[in-house]
Ligand binder design. Structure first.
Ligand code: NAP
Length: 344
């Protein structure tokens, strides 16, 4: 199939280009970039020389599908004409992730540019929405923190209380390529900081999907109260990777072995989500499309503790998007992707 990338000049866009260069069925025919228009991809990103293309201002080639790797708002605006022209869209921004336009406006501080598409957009976690993604023309590719938190907690949503804490650590590429003082080497190196304590934009996205997972896990339940989520992200001095630790009281008593068995059953047929024997580390996911999940029960408190980790640019962005592309075109879901990380 013929593929375009709208905005290849950010970390997410260029990672999609890298993965597509190794995809046997997808042909990357055109890439756009605002600041790089008129140059070749290899001038901006020398590592992409083997898969070089001109960078243009607008998509003009006929494509079957476009990946949008723009900031929010710009992404929704770019999606509209593409969908009207019959092009399928995978949007890596946050624009189509939240189902409620008012919630979007509250967190992103502007009116949604295309609220009429929110119902139709499918949240792009294949492990939870595989069938819907196969039929979608618009996929909202999930955020990197949300992917780690949601995959970590989804198997437990029928048997934990709604009072959930997610504590996440991210490498600096999660903040994108734009310059900022916080990301200077001398500010960020040898340093760890918490941020977004008053509310991070990924919080409503995680809560929305945990609520949905809870409804699926407890189909007969009435009056389910929404999850009460405390989400605290941290920035740590590494390039790629997210590690999230989630905490929630168990409803009833479950042994560690029972909890593990439930997780193993939930992800039994998944290639890219693996329940690990020992707490996973971000380095075990580098460059891979894997999310590693380790559930356990905290001794003495009957609290579920789940550690999950992934590469924010692969399973947290471009890899998950390619997994969705494969589903949307009836291809084996793993094409162009590996579950094995680069080590060391
Ligand atoms: N980084 C991650 O780990 C990650 C994970 C999941 C999702 N995402 C999402 O993916 C999208 C891209 O993120 P990123 O991390 O790749 O960002 P990034 O590295 O900071 O790049 C942002 C890019 O957006 C371009 N841009 C900014 N404003 C624009 C506009 N109004 N119109 C056209 N281009 C514009 C910039 O282009 P110029 O240089 O030409 O100005 C730059 O290439 C975001 O929506 C982000 O939330 C990122």
């Amino acid at each position: 199939m013929r593929v375009g990338i709208v905005n290849v000049t950010g970390y997410a866009g260029i990672e999609v280009a890298r993965l597509l260069a190794g995809h046997p069925e997808a042909e990357l025919v055109q890439v756009t970039g605002r600041s790089a228009a008129g140059q070749r991809l290899s001038q901006v990103f020398p590592h992409m020389a083997p898969a070089d293309l001109p960078v243009v201002a607008e998509l003009t080639e006929k494509v079957d599908i476009a990946f949008l790797a723009l900031p929010h708002r710009a992404s929704a605006e770019a999606a509209l004409p593409l969908l009207e022209a019959g092009v399928k869209v995978i949007d890596l921004s946050a624009d189509f992730r939240l189902k409620d336009a008012a919630t979007y406006q509250q967190w992103y501080e502007h009116e949604h540019p295309a609220p009429g598409l929110l119902d139709e957009a499918v949240y792009g976690i294949p492990e939870l929405y595989r069938q819907q993604i196969k039929e979608a023309r618009l996929v909202a590719n999930p955020g990197c923190y949300p992917t780690s938190a949601i995959l970590g907690l989804a198997p437990a949503m029928g048997w934990i209380s709604e009072d959930i804490i997610v504590d996440s650590k991210s490498g600096v590429s999660g903040a994108g390529r734009s310059l900022g003082l916080t990301y200077h080497f001398s500010e960020e190196h040898d340093n760890v900081l918490a941020y977004g304590l008053a509310g991070h934009r990924h919080m409503p996205e995680i809560a929305q999907e945990l609520d949905a997972a809870r409804r699926r896990a407890l189909p007969g339940a009435t009056n389910l109260s929404p999850v009460r989520l405390t989400f605290v992200p941290h920035l740590i001095p590494m390039t790629r990777g997210i590690l999230s630790t989630a905490y929630a009281p168990l409803v009833g008593s479950l042994s560690q072995a029972e909890v593990r068995a439930r997780y193993q059953e939930f992800y039994a047929n998944e290639r890219f989500v693996r329940v690990t024997e020992t707490p996973p580390q971000t380095k075990q996911t580098w460059g891979s499309n894997s999310c590693l999940v380790y559930p356990t029960v905290a001794p003495r408190t009957d609290r579920l503790v789940v550690v999950s980790c992934l590469d924010n640019l692969v399973k947290g962005a471009a890899g998950q998007a390619v997994q969705c592309l494969n589903l949307m075109f009836g291809l084996p879901e793993h094409l162009g992707l590996t579950p094995i990380g680069i080590y060391p």
